[in-house]
Design a protein. Structure first.
Length: 480
């Protein structure tokens, strides 16, 4: 009597229908389907290949910032953990006997995703060591490798004119400070006085500041907001809110409208502060420096493994997309080209299957991959002994990761899981997770859970995802 039922069940399983019966191992996560969310999930042991649980594992869904795992893997595969990016000051001019550089000074962007004002100071120090005391020419920022990069998401496109965020920074191979302006807000001298506002990295602010922040009594809450607006190619930070009299300084970061121009302004100001007089102004260029140029100073980035630690741990979109653009072998790279480079890398992984990556950051919901695909990526990196330590180091353990929202679930989940999360809220909710786990006996496993909403699904908090996931993974870890 059981044979017809068994045959029917087998047929349904082979057909790949998303039955709840197929959610074995992800019983708690599967309940989100009842609320209209699309789910793809898979967990496996890496030594045996045994699948511990899955839900529609080949369904292609938006991974949000889990996309950064593809970028990290491709970058490590291409360059290795010790690779560094070089930014140079060059010139085709000559240095006369008075220390005057007769010609333009060119900053050649090397695609360093973590170039800062401090690095510009180091370049200027190198310039002074060459005997340069003045520049009889312009300061030119060469972003010939890439930049300005065409935007492909609403947030970045809108940030050309205004921004209330730091994550939507535009991209340039010569960008500094993650494409952000920084204002430091301090309390005024007394209650009711305007707050004091300064630049975080230079004596004289390079961006106009409209200060609407007031000082309130000690013990009151500090509440600050900021928006960057741009008119006639001039950036202005509009600051509002209140700051308590006893408060320490509060930095506020907002993306600039043009990272190449931001670098030029900053370099010009720092040269003047260092006593290097510049006869001309500043400009940006999309062409390489003249072939006759010689190097006057250079600064190297941190190693790739250190850059990836920041990129993954803090889910830094600017760094991820910069590194993706660095992977493109032709100049004037676009995000679409960077995405295709990542796609080719992923599709070459054994068993991965097709995917769509428009960027390495995952800022767009148009990125698509499957839970099985993410697991194939994780498995491939696990088997690359020379790269795996640098790859897994960028993931967070819930017990002590920098993002507090993941500190949930059982003690087993807290201490035996290493994860990268992805979050988007517009145009629909995305909550995604990929990573590794270790059993009590030291065996390694990998897992991926992709959850996508739609225009009619409710808001999905991370607790509604992490709590059931922690229950499911805890059971898998203890059973293996």
């Amino acid at each position: 009597m059981l044979r017809p039922f068994v045959a029917l069940l087998a047929a349904l399983l082979l057909a790949g229908l998303p039955l709840k019966l197929m959610a074995a191992g992800f019983d708690h996560v599967a309940r989100l389907a009842d609320r209209g969310f699309a789910i793809g999930a898979q967990a496996q042991m890496l030594d045996s290949g045994k699948v511990l649980g899955e839900i529609d594992p080949e369904r292609r869904l938006s991974p949000a910032s889990v996309s950064k795992l593809y970028l990290a893997a491709a970058a490590l595969e291409r360059w290795g953990p010790q690779h560094r990016f070089t930014t140079r000051l060059v010139s085709s001019g000559t240095l006369d006997g008075q220390g005057v550089l007769q010609g333009d000074l060119v900053l050649e962007g090397g695609g360093d995703p973590a170039l800062t004002s401090e690095d510009l100071w180091r370049l200027i120090q190198g310039l002074r060591q060459q005997g340069v005391t003045a520049v009889n020419g312009d300061v030119i920022v060469s972003q010939w490798r890439f930049g300005p990069v065409e935007c492909i998401t609403t947030d970045r496109c809108d940030s050309r004119w205004r921004s209330s965020n730091s994550y939507d920074a535009l991209l340039s191979s010569a960008g500094i400070n993650y494409g952000n302006w920084c204002a430091s807000v301090l309390p005024g001298a007394r209650v009711g006085a305007p707050a004091r506002v300064m630049s975080c990295d230079i004596l004289t602010p390079l961006v106009e500041m409209e200060n609407r922040v007031t000082t309130v009594a000690t013990g009151q809450n500090t509440r600050l907001e900021a928006e960057r607006v741009t008119r006639d190619d001039v950036d202005r930070l509009v600051l509002g809110g209140q700051i308590a009299l006893n408060s320490n300084q509060h930095p506020l970061y907002r993306s600039s409208s043009d990272p190449g121009r931001q670098t030029g302004l900053t370099l010009l100001a720092l040269l003047e502060q260092a006593g290097v007089e510049v006869g001309g102004g500043h400009a940006t260029s999309t062409t390489p420096p003249p072939s006759s140029s010689r190097e006057l100073a250079a600064v190297e980035s941190e190693t790739l493994q250190t850059l990836l630690l920041s990129t993954l741990n803090h889910s830094n979109n600017f760094m991820a997309d910069m590194l993706s653009l660095d992977l493109v072998e032709v100049p004037r790279a676009s995000l679409v080209q960077a995405g295709r480079t990542l796609e080719r890398f992923a599709e070459a992984l054994p068993g991965h299957g097709p995917l769509t990556l428009l960027s390495g950051s995952g800022l767009t919901t148009e990125n698509r991959t499957s839970a099985r695909g993410v697991n194939k990526l994780l498995e491939a990196m696990y088997r690359r002994a020379a790269l795996f330590p640098s790859f897994v180091a960028g993931m967070q353990t819930p017990a002590n990761g920098p993002m507090r929202f993941i500190r949930r679930g059982s003690e087993v989940f807290q201490h035996h899981v290493m994860i990268k999360t992805g979050t988007l809220n517009q145009p629909f909710a995305v909550r995604s997770i990929g990573g590794y786990f270790r059993t009590r006996s030291g065996r390694w496993g990998s897992f991926s859970v992709l959850i996508n909403g739609n225009h009619s699904t409710p808001y999905l908090s991370w607790s509604e995802v992490l709590d059931p996931l922690a229950q499911d993974l805890t059971a898998m870890i203890l059973d293996n």
